[in-house]
Write a protein that binds this ligand. Structure first.
Ligand code: GLY
Length: 364
């Protein structure tokens, strides 16, 4: 079991990582003194698989438990769902001291965190992420949000959880595709900050895909540490430090949007976005062919897509313009100057960006 601390003065919290970490949840919540009534926001699948276990461990420590399930789709990140959840929460909240538990993947974490941030002007919440993507990324950092028809994550707040508990056992039942998607964000962490983690991934990707405990625990711990350190330095994204977490996300988001969020999951789109970013990094003379090849090999070995299918170049380029940091030749991209060395680069020629995307299109 590992415990990491996210140091944010009064808003500091622990991240507990380990196999069967859920067993020590009750004790840890008791220490936080945040209430006795757990309102668990989850989806039907997670509730079915692990709801009994969570309920049992909470009740054994004296907590009351109420589950609220929402559909397992991005559509749950809506103001309509927020309103439904808050009404249910208010009906339960009679002479109670409630805290929220976000129990699921990124959608659940974003929705539950946002509800916690606005209900009664803020009540405590805990993240119990059940996907690799959520364990290494969305459960840490305090950005909460829901979508509008006009765009993703347009309504939100910075609101830190009081505890993150990542139980490695939850990763054992993920689909292989979900596991690979999470691995994409782990590779991103290695590329922006941690050459040792990159070496580890090169040597151990098979053990990760086979879900060996020690390999899963290692990557969740390292990636969580990297994300926490970055968040500590720039909690509210005001200093430009958090920007490096967007490595692979500019082209990745454009690929997701151009395919109407249908063909690729977030992690897959980020993998393609990282391939575009390393191609630009190579073209700008920042990395060698050898480094380029090692990174693209790892992405391939991690079971992630390396070719963009069924989308055309213009749609991807046009989707880039929705990013406020992108107005054609005037842009700010996160590139790398080596493994573990992220660099924000301004005004990359649009021709280089287009060529890098074109190289990834299947028809080329
Ligand atoms: N909740 C995700 C983040 O803050 O980055």
């Amino acid at each position: 079991m590992h415990t990491l601390k996210v140091n944010l003065k009064k808003r500091s919290y622990d991240i507990i990582i380990g196999n069967s970490a859920i067993d020590i949840l009750g004790k840890n919540i008791t220490c936080l003194n945040i209430g006795l009534d757990a309102y668990i926001i989850t989806n039907p699948l997670v509730k079915n698989k692990f709801g009994g276990l969570l309920s049992k461990t909470l009740k054994a420590s004296g907590f009351s438990v109420r589950f609220k399930t929402v559909p397992d789709t991005e559509k749950s990140k809506s103001l309509e769902e927020v309103s439904r959840v808050i009404k249910d929460l208010a009906s339960y909240d009679i002479k109670r001291k409630i805290f929220i538990i976000a129990f699921g993947g990124g959608v659940i974490g974003d929705l539950a965190g946002f509800v916690a941030s606005i209900y009664k002007r803020g009540i405590p919440y805990i993240q119990i992420p059940t996907t690799l993507l959520a364990q290494v990324d969305s459960s840490i950092g305090g950005k909460t949000a829901v979508d509008l028809p006009e765009g993703k994550n347009l309504v939100g707040a910075f609101y830190q959880p009081r505890l993150v508990l990542s139980d490695i056992n939850f990763l054992k039942t993920l689909s292989q595709r979900q596991l690979c998607c999470g691995l994409s964000e782990v590779i991103k962490c290695a590329l922006i900050k941690d050459p040792q983690l990159f070496l580890y991934l090169e040597k151990n990707y098979k053990n990760i895909l086979l879900r060996k405990n020690s390999a899963l625990e290692h990557i969740v711990q390292r990636a969580s540490q990297i994300k926490s350190k970055i968040v500590q330095m720039d909690e509210r994204e005001e200093k430009g430090i958090r920007t490096i977490l967007n490595f692979g996300h500019t082209a990745g988001h454009a690929i997701e949007a151009a395919s109407n969020f249908k063909h690729y999951s977030h992690g897959e789109a980020v993998a393609l976005g990282m391939l575009v970013a390393i191609e630009i990094s190579r073209k700008m003379g920042f990395i060698s062919n050898r480094i380029f090849e090692r990174i693209s090999d790892l992405i391939l070995m991690a079971g992630l897509p390396t070719r963009i299918k069924k989308i055309n170049l213009n749609d991807i380029i046009n989707a880039h313009y929705h990013d406020k940091k992108f107005t054609g030749d005037k842009n700010r991209l996160v590139l790398i100057k080596g493994i573990g060395k992220a660099q924000i680069v301004k005004n990359v020629p649009i021709g280089i960006i287009k060529a890098a995307i074109k190289k990834r299109l299947l028809q080329n």
